[in-house]
Design a protein around this ligand. Sequence first.
Ligand code: OAD
Length: 264
Amino acid sequence: MTLPEAATTITRLNVRVQTLPEGIARARHWLAEARRVLVLTGAGCSAESGVPTFRGAGGLWRQFRPETLATPEAFARDPKLVWEWYDWRRQRIAQAQPNPGHYALVELEQRLGDGFALFTQNVDGLHERAGSQRVWRLHGDIWLLRCTGCGRQERNLAAPLPVLPPRCDRCGALFRPGVVWFGEPLPADVLDAAFAAARRAEVCLVLGTSSVVYPAARIPQSALESGARVVEINLEPTELSDRVHLSLRGRTGELLPQIVQGAG
Ligand code: OAD
C-alpha cells in the first residue's frame, strides 16, 4: 500500500487546517489534560500486524464483501465457505503480533486506570495480547467456536482447523465462529458500557475504522454529542472525518505512539 508522506498530509481541526505535526501536538495536549478517555478501534489498528482489513485495498478475500460472508444467511447457505474465510483470518491472526499502536494504548491505560475504556470491533485479541485490560469486545472473539446445536462454547486456537466446517464433539451439530454477524445484536452489556463511557469521556479516539458499521459507529457520535473532543486516526477520510475535532491521516502504529508518549 502506498501512502502520502506523513509530514506533508493535512489534518482538519474543526474548520481550520493544520499540518500533521500540529495535529499530533494538539491531540497530545488534549490527552494530557483528559482523565476519562474512550477508545474505539477497528481493523486498521491490526493492519500493521498483518491482519487484513475488511474494506479498502487488500481488504477483500476472494472478492467477497464482508456483508455477504459475515451473516447467518451466508452460514446457513454455505457453512464451509464461511468457515474457509474465518479459517484464513485465524491463520493470519495466529501469525500476527501486536504493533506499536496496540502498545501505545496499553501505556495510555496504565496512566488513566479506570478512566480508560477500549471498545474494539476487532475479534483478533491483539489488544489483550499487547496487555490491554479494560477491553470490551463489540463483535466477539474469532478464537471462540459456538455450537449451533447445544450452544456450547469452546476456545480453540487451531489454525488451520483440521476439518471445515468444524462440528461439536458433544452433539455433532455445526460450530459457528463466536463473532457477531450482520443482522445480529451486539452484546447488550458491552453496548451499554460503550454509551455510558461516551457520555463521560473527555477525549474519544477513533482508530482505524471505516465508521460505516453500526451500532459501533454511533459510539463516537454519542461522545461528540456529550462534549468529548474526538480524534480520528485513519489512512483515509471516513464518514466521520468531517464531524470530528481532529482527523489525522496516517497509520495508528506510527501516530498513536507519538500522541500518547509525553502526553502524561
Ligand atoms: P474496515 O475494514 O471497514 O476499515 C478499516 C479502516 O482502517 C479503513 O478506514 C482504513 O482506511 C483504515 N486503515 C487501514 N490501515 C490503517 C492503519 N495502519 N492505520 C490507520 N487506519 C488504517 O474495518 P472496521 O471499520 O473495523 O464486522 O469494520 C467494521 C466491521 O465490519 C468489522 O468489525 C467487521 C466488518 O464486517 C463484522 O464482521 C460483523
